[in-house]
Design a protein around this ligand. Structure first.
Ligand SMILES: [Zn+2]
Length: 81
């Protein structure tokens, strides 16, 4: 099994709902869709990576739109600072 490649970008202005540490948007490319993860970015990564949604490839026209929707999903699961 190859390692899971999840591309993570920090979500500024939001905090992990579990530990109130930094949180990031994680996106993993899969055939036909992207899986979206809320990724705890606190120093010890105590809360790990939580899958919060899937975006089908046919529902977005380009990558920017996918990234925006992924961020919205993570924002909904995070705490606004
Ligand atoms: Zn956390």
């Amino acid at each position: 099994m190859p390692p899971i490649r999840v591309f993570v970008t920090e979500l500024t202005g939001y905090r992990c709902r579990h530990c109130v540490g930094k949180v990031g948007t994680g996106v993993k490319e899969e055939p036909g869709s992207w899986k979206v993860y809320s990724v705890c970015l606190s120093e010890n990564n105590g809360c790990g990576t939580e899958k919060i949604g899937t975006i089908s490839r046919s529902s977005v026209s380009h990558t920017d739109e996918m990234n925006e929707r992924a961020e919205e999903l993570v924002k909904a699961a995070a705490i606004e600072k």
